[in-house]
Design a protein around this ligand. Structure first.
Ligand SMILES: [Zn+2]
Length: 256
């Protein structure tokens, strides 16, 4: 391997570990944000024995593997959710670096996807999408619209109206099958990708949601009237659209 390749590999290892550490903080945010608790104090503790965790315990993923998913102090099982969130956060960092290097867009999307990750897991846990986090995404997008616009302001505004409008229509037609949080989140994602990629996000989210919905029906984990939390599908659809949205759009308009 050349020196350049080694630097690349070391950079990715560094970003992977950084992503894990940030993911461990995102776990805290997912747990505490809906309860309006402080994100900094007190230190994280085991939910079973309440022992405050040491810095070495907070070191993500590796400590989970080393301790075989159990608390060091009381032996209680730790949910696999924690290392999963950490791993997803690490993957976000790697994907952003592969696509954007260390350009400003790396920072833009690493933050954007991290907030979406938090929103997704809060929606899974509590079936709510906190307004304050959606507002944060909107402000973040508006700031970047001024700093380094990727789509023209008209395209972004159209994306916001189309995304929010489509979901509002679905909410009305399905008589509440789509929550207010979903409408607002889709509007903000529409603003971020602009027109026409907003339609890619929209379609992908429904394809993913339908696939998982059918799978859950088959395995009977969910009853038919139990609404699926939709934020995870929106987040994944947005993630795919940021990296491959235009390919999907061209493929779609050429062949379908
Ligand atoms: Zn414990």
């Amino acid at each position: 391997m050349t020196a350049l390749m080694w630097i690349q590999v070391l950079t990715h290892i560094f970003l992977f570990v950084l992503g894990l550490v940030i993911g461990s903080f995102l776990n805290v945010v997912i747990h505490r944000f809906p309860r309006r608790e402080s994100l900094i104090r007190p230190r994280s503790s085991c939910i079973h024995c309440k022992t405050a965790l040491q810095v070495s315990d907070l070191f993500p993923l590796f400590s989970f593997i080393a301790l075989r998913g159990r608390c060091r102090y009381c032996g209680a099982r730790i949910s696999r959710r924690y290392p999963l969130v950490e791993l997803l956060s690490a993957l976000i960092f790697i994907f952003c670096h592969v696509s954007y290097g260390f350009s400003p867009f790396f920072f833009k999307y690493a933050v954007f996807f991290s907030i979406l990750l938090v929103i997704s897991f809060i929606d899974l846990d509590e079936s709510i999408i906190p307004n304050r986090l959606v507002l944060l995404l909107l402000l973040w997008s508006i700031a970047w619209q001024f700093l380094y616009p990727e789509v023209p302001l008209t395209g972004a505004t159209l994306g916001l109206l189309a995304g929010g409008g489509l979901f509002f229509l679905i909410a009305v037609l399905s008589k509440g099958g789509m929550g207010g949080g979903d409408i607002k989140l889709m509007a903000v994602l529409g603003f971020a990708v602009g027109c026409p990629l907003v339609f890619v996000v929209f379609l992908l989210a429904f394809i993913l949601g339908a696939a998982v919905g059918v799978a859950l029906l088959i395995y009977r984990n969910k009853m038919r009237h139990d609404p699926l939390p939709f934020a995870p599908f929106l987040a994944l659809a947005f993630f795919i659209s940021v990296f491959w949205g235009w390919q999907i759009w061209y493929w779609y308009t050429l062949y379908l």
